[in-house]
Ligand binder design. Sequence first.
Ligand SMILES: O=C(O)CCC(=O)C(=O)O
Ligand SMILES: [Fe+2]
Length: 339
Amino acid sequence: MGWKVSASLADRVIAHNNSQPRETILLVDCRGRIFAVLGGIPPRAKDWEDVIARASRAFKTTYDASTYAPAHLFHRRGDYSFRNYGFSHGGGQVRPSNIAITGGKNKKAVEHLLNDGDMLRVAGHTGVLFRSFAYKMSAEYQALLKDLTQRDGDLKPPPHPNPGGGFWAAATTNTGPATCAKPHKDHQNYAPGWCAITPFGEFNPDQGGDLILYEIGLRIRFPPGATILIPSAIITHANLPIHPGETRYSLVQYTAGALFRYKHNGFKNDTEMEARGKDPQERKASIQKQEEDRKVRQKEGLDLYTHYDELARGDYKREVLGDLSDLSDPPSDDEKKTQ
Ligand SMILES: O=C(O)CCC(=O)C(=O)O
Ligand SMILES: [Fe+2]
């Protein structure tokens, strides 16, 4: 493998966690916002090991049945095969569209993988984690998916166990066979949003495959079947290499930031917005407004994270406590009586 973790980063490793993958670990920032979740495996699913073993075989079958262009074998994120499925926006497109897949056999193979019953259970579990620990954010994702698919019936997100119940507009199937990502950010993803990463395959998680989060200096043990949700557009992440002969695959569920912008622009792309009004002054004002809007939206984006205080008080939907920006304690029962 062509990279390694620098000594200075290794020094900053403060967690080698998930040794009990049935536990969920929340990463909380200095303002109490839950900005990432080490979701582990579903605590009550006794058969999860079998689910993941079968899904891992389905990844191998998909890899064997597919052909890959060089760009899907050697790329910014590493030297391993991958295929994206779902819909996205950008690259000068007028409106969102399904991600093109070259070759009928390749399309069938990836569709077969994502529709596999065990993969659907994984998709269901990741959705539960998203909903539980970032309810407002997950609701935005779900609303976006609904709005876009209702406007354009041709758009097909990855399958979900409850039809119409999914969150992410696209999925990357990293078919390896030795998926080890180099340090990167997925800058096209919605910036504050979460992507969900689940590894599969036959590798020893005590000796490789760990997920490194650079800016926060964490190395996280990442066994097959565990799920981690991170803002992958803003945190540089990578995997430790695995041993020769081992296999590692992963499923990454994500939504492109351009889809949120398209909705925010009233279902228009950025270029259409900028072109509004032929008068140069008008156009300049429109672009400036868009920039200002973007800053407001960045702040609004951060507000979509659940605060740990809210969760600790049972308010996972962030509806009971309202604005917690001053982080003060809620009034006690006695105080409430005198108010
Ligand atoms: O497989 C992983 O753990 C990470 C994969 C990843 O970051 C990606 O595909 O963008
Ligand atoms: Fe990534």
